[in-house]
Design a protein around this ligand. Structure first.
Ligand SMILES: Nc1nc2c(c(=O)[nH]1)N[C@H]1C(S)=C(S)[C@@H](COP(=O)(O)OP(=O)(O)OC[C@H]3O[C@@H](n4cnc5c(N)ncnc54)[C@H](O)[C@@H]3O)O[C@H]1N2
Ligand code: MOO
Length: 444
């Protein structure tokens, strides 16, 4: 959505942040948890067509039991001949290689006739096992292979000569996949809260189930702001830049399992911002609203100016990047106002929001943390938890990866963020961190 800016912009009143009072990172995570928990408490469910598949990360809303066993019937694991082992043993009694008459052919997808004693039937992988047969001998263990099928088709009843049989070929049940050996009829195949993996979709379809109910994905509305920010592809006037954060937040939230709508409000006029935001909220009915930009100490802080009057709080978190933060309710939705620098936005998503969503939403994959060793000497401001963009490399003789910084700590270094594979977490009391120090990193 595009809204034209007003020619005269109103400077913001002095920053609403409490000077000197910074919340700790964990304290702010708790705060976001308290904000989001009631909003995400009663999730709606949706009905999904198993054969179509909606895509995305979804979670089952109810238990599902299988109406059928798997396999659904005894069937062959090999292309070969179904027979009764006692017939085979009897046929080889004289020491000669045993032979049995071919009495029928069972293509996959057809019903098998009962096995006549002293005969065998040709079966393909997946063919039903004729009643009375107790093993399948693979076609490779016969003298003439499936050429005997031609003779059978011509109306003859040729012998099948079995050769090079070994002890394991003569085990009862050999190469028969019995009904229910994978799954019993009535067994629970999905619990409420299970994440829908490709194999689970396959299992539902394999059990012939047409519909399931899933938790409705969290609806998230992403709104980027700032008169200087333009949509990719538009011409840039002096001082303007492209909207990187909308794509960045959209993809992160989709990876969290959300259904995402996005908009850009290129107006630094708080009244226009609020009006547009309310229209978007009405249109998309989001449970979570994420804004980016316009919250710090500048003269034109459209998000803070607009939302403070609606009870949204703004303050500082003792982390870098991502210090300035806003949080609150806007009607039925929880709102998280993220700082505008793209790396600050990314750190807010990964460090502050992700653990809260992972705790509250079974569709959200967990944050992945690993222990690493710093590859070089680093410095960090006292009192802040600093997140450095790093590449992880594990030397051949080590078990723990080394974290190599990618660029400096500044929050505009988007290309460096894109080149990193983790956020190295330096602690509040870290000031000079020697190479080889063990710390945690969050995988991106
Ligand atoms: N005097 C102070 N100045 C600043 C402070 C402070 O405490 N005192 N905090 C700094 C920190 S830390 C951050 S982070 C930023 C946060 O600022 P805002 O949230 O108000 O964001 P903006 O000013 O709107 O933008 C900051 C920066 O990011 C660019 N931007 C914004 N939106 C996008 C987007 N969608 N895609 C790409 N880039 C975007 C914008 O052009 C600015 O360069 O404030 C510091 N200043
Ligand atoms: O805390 Mo800001 O996010 O560094 O640039």
């Amino acid at each position: 959505m595009t809204v034209h800016s007003t020619p005269q912009r109103q400077p913001a009143q002095p920053n609403g942040q409490q000077p000197g009072r910074r919340a700790g990172v964990d304290e702010h995570i708790d705060r976001l948890h308290r904000l989001l928990a009631p909003v995400l408490q009663n999730r709606e469910s949706i009905t999904l067509d198993v054969d179509q598949g909606p895509g995305g990360r979804l979670v089952s809303a109810a238990e599902v039991k299988s109406p059928v066993p798997l396999p659904g019937f005894d069937n062959s694991q090999m292309d070969g001949f179904a027979l009764r082992l006692s017939d085979l043993v009897a046929a080889g009694d004289e020491g000669a290689s045993p032979r049995l008459r071919l009495a029928g052919i069972v293509p996959a997808g057809t019903a098998a006739a009962e096995l006549v004693p002293g005969t065998c039937q040709a079966v393909m992988t997946g063919s039903p096992i004729p009643a009375g047969a107790d093993a399948v001998i693979p076609v490779e263990r016969t003298a003439d292979g499936f050429s005997v099928l031609d003779a059978h088709a011509a109306g003859e009843h040729p012998f099948v000569h079995f050769t090079e049989l070994q002890d394991q070929d003569l085990q009862t049940g050999r190469f028969i996949r019995t009904a229910g050996s994978d799954l019993q009829q009535g067994a629970v195949i999905l619990q409420a809260g299970d994440v829908m993996t490709p194999a689970r979709w396959g299992l539902l379809a394999g059990c012939g189930i047409r519909e399931i109910t899933a938790l409705s994905p969290i609806r998230t509305l992403v709104v980027t702001t700032g008169e200087e920010v333009q949509a990719p592809g538009e011409p840039l006037a002096p001082g303007q830049l492209y909207d990187a954060s909308r794509a960045l937040i959209r993809e992160a939230c989709q990876a969290f399992g959300h259904q995402v709508a996005t908009a850009r409000v290129p107006s630094d006029e708080p009244a226009i911002f609020i009006q547009t935001l309310e229209a978007l909220q009405q249109q998309h009915q989001p449970q979570l609203i994420i804004t980016a930009g316009g919250i710090s100490a500048g003269a034109y802080e459209v998000v803070r100016q607009g939302l403070q009057a609606r009870g949204v709080e703004f303050g500082s978190v003792a982390q870098q990047p991502g210090g300035p933060q806003g949080w609150g309710r806007l009607g039925d939705a929880a709102l998280v106002a993220m700082p505008g620098n793209p790396v600050s936005t990314a750190v807010t998503l990964q460090v502050l929001l992700h653990p809260v969503l992972a705790a509250l939403d079974p569709a959200c994959p967990p944050q992945r943390r690993v222990l690493v060793h710093t590859a070089e000497q680093l410095s960090s401001p006292a009192g802040l938890r600093q997140y450095r963009r790093v590449r992880l490399q594990t030397p051949e003789d080590r078990a723990v990866a080394e974290a190599h910084p990618v660029g400096g700590p500044s929050s505009h270094l988007l290309a460096h963020l894109a080149a990193a594979d983790a956020l190295l977490e330096l602690r509040e009391d870290d000031t000079e961190v020697p190479a080889g120090t063990e710390r945690e990193a969050i995988l991106l």
